[in-house]
Design a protein around this ligand. Structure first.
Ligand SMILES: [Zn+2]
Ligand SMILES: [Zn+2]
Length: 390
């Protein structure tokens, strides 16, 4: 392994100092190169410190380094490799053990590696997850009891609320377990789900897992985004179908719009799409979750669909799509104010005003399997699109 020529530079005017790949000798100047003040840098040493020597040796095992700049907590390298995708994976594993996290980007046609100090992630406390789980069971039950079941005198109120609560929690739970499994598979550190109790008609705002370490590859990014909605959808389907079979088409509650798949299940259950129903709690919970799934699968920002989309495209492209989608949904609301899509447009514009940083390896191409996963989420998205009902 050939040794790289290293020099420690110090600014003559300010405090700045770094290590670079350079053949200059001690005492020589690099003119106007201080990135802080633009004045001259002077070589003050030729030997890299131990941490840097180790790090360079680590990277050299997987990449050919053609240039680098190193400061205390961040090293940026220009590098090449015959198979960057594979090299990056091996580097990632090795670097993590040494307390570094690499990221790979393409700038002006060149591969750039960034090595950052990797903060150890602390373990979350399970008691909080359990507490929120319990409280959300309660609030969804109360929502079912006081806000919804009152419409339908043909159902027992307590049973209605209990079924509603269990159905919501099962579907949200499946969604989060989907994310969690993808995180495990891809070596991403994440918390257990936090359920969010809320005084809404559902008694909850859903659930989230918190991602505690960066997502390594585009494959991992697509999987992380796709598995949640897919798992949730798969559990929502049979619950909704059973709920509809137990519902009665009558004067009960008229839904202004339904997800497309919900209308299909209604046709299976009744032979037509009824204008109103005494709707069973399982079906009502399914109706809500399918709508939320649709929103979640929009290819915008940090939504689940946004992660999938970001795995398929550059951050600039993804940002444009996010903005465009936000504006078009808002515009759509002018023509179809009865569909809730304009609210989604508003939320997207409000929430996602920056780039999605993407995976650590933002260069290598996505593999086939995850492309199919993206197609599957797109189909689920179409199935959950709301259509006017009745
Ligand atoms: Zn300076
Ligand atoms: Zn999700």
């Amino acid at each position: 392994m050939k040794k790289l020529p290293v020099a420690k530079f110090k600014c003559l005017s300010c405090e700045y100092s770094d290590y670079r790949m350079s053949a200059l000798e001690v005492g020589e100047l690099a003119q106007n190169e201080c990135p802080k003040c633009g004045k001259d840098l002077k070589v003050v040493a030729k030997e890299p410190p131990e941490w840097l020597a180790e790090l360079l040796e680590l990277v050299t095992k997987h990449f050919d380094i053609s240039d680098f700049v190193a400061s205390k907590d961040r090293v940026e390298l220009e590098a090449t490799a015959r198979n960057p995708k594979q090299s990056f994976r091996s580097l990632l594993d090795a670097a993590k053990q040494k307390g570094y996290l690499p990221a790979m980007r393409k700038r002006e046609g060149e591969l750039r590696l960034m090595m950052m100090r990797y903060p150890r992630v602390g373990r979350g406390r399970i008691s909080i997850n359990l507490l929120l789980l319990g409280v959300t069971f309660l609030t969804t039950f109360l929502a079912g009891y006081f806000l919804i079941s009152g419409y339908f005198l043909i159902f027992d109120r307590t049973l209605y609320a209990a079924l509603f609560s269990v159905a919501i929690m099962l579907m949200l739970g499946a969604h989060e377990i989907g994310h969690k499994i993808a995180a495990w598979r891809n070596g991403v550190e994440s918390t257990l789900p936090y359920f969010i109790p809320a005084p809404t008609i559902l008694g909850t705002l859903g659930a989230v897992i918190r991602i505690k370490s960066p997502i390594p590859t585009k494959e991992a990014l697509v999987e992380m985004g796709a598995t949640g909605p897919l798992f949730g959808f798969i559990v929502a389907l049979p619950l909704t179908a059973v709920g509809l079979m137990l519902s009665k088409p009558d004067e009960g509650l008229s839904l202004l719009f339904t997800p497309a798949i919900f209308a299909m299940l209604q046709v299976l259950a009744f032979g037509y799409v009824p204008a109103a129903m005494s709707i069973n709690p399982l079906a009502f919970a399914g109706w809500v979750v399918l709508l939320v799934t649709m929103f979640n699968l929009l290819p915008a920002g940090q939504l689940d669909g946004g992660h999938v989309a970001r795995g398929l495209m550059s951050r600039e492209r993804h940002y444009e799509i996010t903005r465009m989608l936000g504006f078009s949904l808002l515009l759509f609301g002018l023509f179809f104010p009865e569909l809730p899509l304009w609210i989604f447009g508003f939320l997207i514009l409000l929430l996602f005003r920056g780039y999605h940083m993407g995976a650590l390896d933002d260069v290598s191409k996505l593999s086939k399997r995850q492309k199919w996963l993206a197609v599957a989420t797109f189909i689920v998205f179409l199935l959950c699109l709301p259509i006017p009902s009745g």
